[in-house]
Design a protein around this ligand. Structure first.
Ligand SMILES: Cc1ncc(COP(=O)(O)O)c(C=O)c1O
Length: 364
C-alpha cells in the first residue's frame, strides 16, 4: 500500500518489512525484574466482544494499570536503567537522578530513587495535570514545572543533569545521549516476554498484531526488538498509535525521515511528545507495519468501552484500542485488514499502558 501524503491518514509499511530482523534484548532484564519486591506479571485479559467488533479471532489487553506499585508500565524501564546507571558508577556517594516527564516516567524514576535511597529531580512541561505533578512530588522528588513543551522540558533536564553527582535518566535518546535510553528500552522487554508466556499458556504461539501507544517511540522500539529478534513463528503486524496533537512518529514515517512536530494539547499526556527518540527511529522505520493518529474523543470512548468490559485504562492505554478501531473500522477497514495480514482467526494484543489513576485527565 502506498504511503499517504496526509499526516491525518495512517501510514503502512511495505509488506516486506516484516522480514526485517534485529538482535534481542538481554535475557537478564527479565530475571532482574522478577527479583524486585512486588514484581508480578500484569494481567493479559481476553475481551471477546472486541474480537467480534474488529472482525478478528481473539483480542487480548495487556493491562498495565498496576505495575510494580504504580499505575503505568514505566517502572520497568526506570528500574532497569537506574540499576545499570548505579552499577556503572565508580563512586558510592549519593546521586540525583534527573529526568523530564509527561507524568508516568518521572513518577517511576522518583519512586526508584526513593526505594534506593537516592534523590530525584523531575522537570514537568506545560499541560500535565496538577494531580499527576503532585504524584511525582509525593514520591519525594524535587519537581520543577517548565513553561514549555515536553521537548523543552527534556532540554532543561539535560542541562540540570550537568550538576555534580547528577545523572540524566531520560526515556528518549538524541545523538550523544543513547546509553541510558537504551537501557530503558531494554527494561520494557519484560512486558513483551510476559505476553509471550501468557499467550503460550492459552495455547497461542504468538500474536498476529500488537497495538502500541507511542510518545517518543521507546516502548514501540522495545516491542519491535522483541518481535523482530525472534527467529521462529509468524512475525506479527506492529501498529503505532499516537494522538493527533503529537503524531511525530506518524509524521516521520510518512516523510521517511525523523521530524519534530509542534505539539498541541491532548488528554493522552504520556504520548504528548514532539520528537521521536533517535535510537528508536531505525527500529520504527524498519520494524513497524502501520502508524495511526487518534483524537482524544476516540481514546475516551475506547477507555469507557474497556471499562465496561472490566479493564481500567487511562487515555494513553486506551489509545491502543482507538488506533486499531481507526484502522480496521470504516470504509478502508477491509484494505487495512489485508495490508496487516489479518483474518478471522487472527490474535491481537492491545497494550493498555496506563490505568486511569496514572492520568487524571481520564476523569470526566
Ligand atoms: C502511559 C504511557 N503509554 C505510552 C507511552 C509511550 O511511550 P514512549 O514515549 O516510549 O513511546 C508513555 C510515555 O510516557 C506513557 O506514559
Amino acid at each position: 500500500m502506498p504511503q499517504n501524503a496526509s499526516l491525518r491518514s495512517p501510514w503502512f509499511a511495505p509488506p516486506a518489512a516484516r522480514a526485517w530482523r534485529c538482535a534481542p534484548a538481554p535475557a537478564e532484564v527479565r530475571r532482574f525484574h522478577a527479583s524486585l519486591p512486588g514484581y508480578a506479571p500484569t494481567p493479559l485479559t481476553e475481551l471477546p466482544p472486541l474480537a467480534a467488533e474488529l472482525g478478528i479471532g481473539r483480542v487480548f489487553v495487556k493491562d498495565e494499570s498496576r505495575r510494580l506499585g504504580l499505575p503505568a508500565f514505566k517502572a520497568l524501564g526506570a528500574s532497569w536503567a537506574v540499576h545499570r546507571v548505579l552499577a556503572e558508577r565508580d563512586d558510592d556517594g549519593p546521586v540525583t537522578l534527573v529526568t523530564a516527564t509527561d507524568g508516568n516516567h518521572g513518577r517511576a524514576v522518583a519512586r526508584t530513587a526513593r526505594l534506593l535511597g537516592q534523590r530525584a529531580r523531575v522537570l514537568v512541561p506545560r499541560g500535565v495535570h496538577p494531580r499527576a505533578v503532585a504524584a511525582v512530588a509525593a514520591e519525594g522528588a524535587e519537581v520543577t514545572e517548565v513553561p514549555g513543551s515536553y521537548d523543552e522540558a527534556v532540554r532543561r533536564a539535560a542541562e540540570a543533569a550537568s550538576a555534580p553527582a547528577a545523572v540524566l535518566v531520560q526515556d528518549t535518546a538524541w545523538p550523544g545521549y543513547e546509553r541510558v535510553p537504551g537501557w530503558i528500552v531494554e527494561g520494557y522487554s519484560t512486558l513483551s516476554a510476559e505476553i509471550d508466556e501468557q499467550l503460550a499458556a492459552a495455547g497461542i504461539d504468538g500474536p498476529d498484531l500488537v497495538s502500541v501507544p507511542v510518545g517518543v517511540g521507546s516502548l514501540a522500539q522495545s516491542v519491535v526488538t522483541h518481535h523482530r529478534s525472534r527467529r521462529s513463528g509468524n512475525p506479527p503486524a506492529l501498529v503505532a498509535v499516537e494522538p493527533e496533537a503529537a503524531a511525530c512518529v506518524l509524521a516521520s514515517l510518512t516523510r521517511g525521515a525523523p521530524v519534530s512536530v509542534a505539539t498541541g494539547e491532548t488528554t493522552m499526556a504520556g504520548l504528548n511528545c514532539g520528537t521521536p527518540s533517535s535510537i528508536a527511529w531505525p527500529f520504527l522505520r524498519d520494524g513497524l507495519d502501520a502508524a495511526v493518529a487518534v483524537r482524544d474523543a476516540d481514546s475516551a470512548r475506547a477507555a469507557a468501552d474497556l471499562a465496561a468490559l472490566g479493564v481500567r485504562s487511562g487515555p494513553c492505554g486506551a489509545a491502543a484500542l482507538a488506533g486499531l478501531r481507526a484502522l480496521l473500522g470504516g470504509e478502508d477497514g477491509a484494505g487495512h485488514r489485508a495490508a496487516l495480514g489479518l483474518g478471522p482467526a487472527s490474535v491481537a494484543v492491545l497494550l493498555s499502558t496506563e490505568g486511569p489513576d496514572a492520568n487524571p485527565y481520564a476523569e470526566p
